[in-house]
Design a protein around this ligand. Sequence first.
Ligand code: PMV
Length: 319
Amino acid sequence: MHPARAYAPGKIILFGEHAVVHGQPAIAVPLTAVQAHAEAIPDTFGAGLTVQAPDIGRTLHAAESFDEVADEADPVYNALMFPLELALDALNAPVPDLAITIRSSIPIASGLGSGAALATALIRALTMALGRSLRREKLNELVYEVEKRHHGNPSGIDNTVIVYERPIYFVRKTPPVPFAIGAPFTLVVADTGVNSPTKLTVEDVRRLFEAEPERVGSIFERIGAIACEGRAAIEAGQIAALGPLMNENHALLRQLTVSSPELDDLCAAALKAGASGAKLSGGGRGGNMIALADPAITPAVASALYEAGATSVFVTTVG
Ligand code: PMV
């Protein structure tokens, strides 16, 4: 066994959240401004596997097997130990004597891919410490299993963009398509400070779809078309085309009932400060929104977002 370190980025869904669960395309990019880091250190003989998460003050321990500690109802177990349980199973390896410390700057339950990034960093550190390797596709499959614990019925976009660490055009149950960024663009990312479990909004959208299949189905289709148009504009470096697409996508997400007064206020404030487009990103009803802004006006957009109630704001360049 060796000491090992691994990391995984967060992610931003640019277009297509929720509709992607129902088979439409979506596009997402890795977000390296926030990251999860795992550090594995070999422990003494017989110590078993320990995961320490100092950010949340929790330590989990599996002595010889996971049976004694496994608790599907515990979100901390699912986030920190379940990925390792799955990976050891896939590697056909016994519980190792290893201590892993995990730290993350990705806010939890806010649409930036915290769960998938933690799982990816943990599994990578574990496999490296064991001197083993997992194919990227296999790692993606395992992280998807973890996402299922968090979300119930995830599309798989979060784990895929985080594991591949590339801009991804994603359609459920088909291989991901990495795509190129034709010209860099700047996003201002703002947090409502409201934690909103994706599982609930995904369930509500499913119920809405069941109740009104035609209306909601056509909203999904338009969102899917926006994701395709967005990808084409990004590949061609036509950044000016993105703002209106973001605004339209946000309006459609509102119709799916997954926006919130906080998200709408932040989008309006960003647009008023000169952003050319704004939308919620991720599961919605809380979490983060993104605004497209010329780099020269990002300080003004960031201040406007704070004034409108954002609890944190950062600026990131895509590409
Ligand atoms: O809230 P997040 O970042 O996990 O976003 C999930 C995106 C959804 O489309 C709402 C759900 C999914 O599984 O794709």
